[in-house]
Design a protein around this ligand. Structure first.
Ligand SMILES: [Fe+2]
Ligand SMILES: [Fe+2]
Length: 204
C-alpha cells in the first residue's frame, strides 16, 4: 500500500518536471536562443582544441584540426550573415561589431592556411595553437560583461527568431561540408566555399 502511494508520488513529480521543462523551452530564451546557440558552439570548439592538445597522434591531430576548421567556418558564417547584422542594426555599436569582424578575418586566414597545408607542414601545430589563442580571445570578447552577447541580450533583438534562422543555416552549411567531403574525398577550399555561401544568402 505504502509502496503504491510512493510510486504514485514519483509519477506525479515526474509529470510536474516535464511540464516545467516544456514551459521553459517554449519561451524562446536561454539555451535555444541565438546567444545560447553561439555559446554552445564556443564550448564545442573549446572541447575540440582540448582534444587536439591532449592527443599525441599526428593523424588524430589532423582529423581534429579538420573538425575545428569546419566548426569555426560554420560558426563565423552564421554570425556574419545573421547575428552580427542584426546586432549592428539593433545597437548601432560599430566599435564592437567592426572589431569582431576584423578578428574573424584573422581567424579565417589562419583556417585557410591550416586547410591548404599538407600533412608534412612543420608549422601545422603552431598554426592550430595560434588559432586557439585567437579564438580564446575572440570568445572572451563576445561573452564578457558589456560584450556583444550581453549587449544583444539587453537590446530589442528577437533572439528566439535569430536562433531559429541560425540553426537552419548551420544545418545547411554542415550539410554542404559533408557533401563536399563525401563526393570529392578531399577537403574543399574553405574560403571559396564560404564566400559562395555568403553570396547565395544575399541573393535569396
Ligand atoms: Fe562566436
Ligand atoms: Fe565571432
Amino acid at each position: 500500500m505504502a509502496k503504491a502511494r510512493s510510486a504514485k508520488r514519483r509519477r506525479r513529480s515526474k509529470t510536474a518536471q516535464s511540464r516545467r521543462r516544456s514551459r521553459g523551452a517554449g519561451n524562446g530564451s536561454g539555451r535555444d536562443d541565438a546567444v545560447g546557440l553561439l555559446k554552445s558552439d564556443h564550448r564545442e570548439v573549446e572541447r575540440l582544441f582540448g582534444a587536439f592538445e591532449s592527443t599525441r597522434s599526428h593523424e588524430r591531430k589532423q582529423e581534429i584540426a579538420t573538425q575545428i576548421c569546419e566548426a569555426l567556418k560554420a560558426h563565423t558564417t552564421i554570425e556574419e550573415e545573421i547575428f552580427y547584422p542584426a546586432f549592428l542594426e539593433a545597437t548601432e555599436d560599430t566599435e564592437i561589431h567592426h572589431e569582431a569582424e576584423i578578428e574573424h578575418e584573422g581567424a579565417k586566414h589562419l583556417i585557410q592556411e591550416i586547410e591548404s597545408a599538407g600533412p608534412d607542414d612543420d608549422h601545422f601545430e603552431a598554426r592550430v595553437t595560434v588559432l586557439q589563442e585567437m579564438i580564446r580571445h575572440h570568445v572572451k570578447e563576445e561573452e564578457q560583461r558589456g560584450g556583444m552577447f550581453s549587449k544583444a541580450q539587453s537590446s530589442d533583438m528577437d533572439l528566439a527568431e535569430l536562433g531559429r534562422q541560425m540553426r537552419d543555416r548551420k544545418l545547411e552549411l554542415m550539410g554542404d561540408a559533408s557533401d563536399d567531403l563525401s563526393t570529392s574525398g578531399r577537403r574543399p577550399p574553405a574560403q571559396g566555399r564560404m564566400r559562395r555561401s555568403s553570396r547565395e544568402v544575399r541573393e535569396r
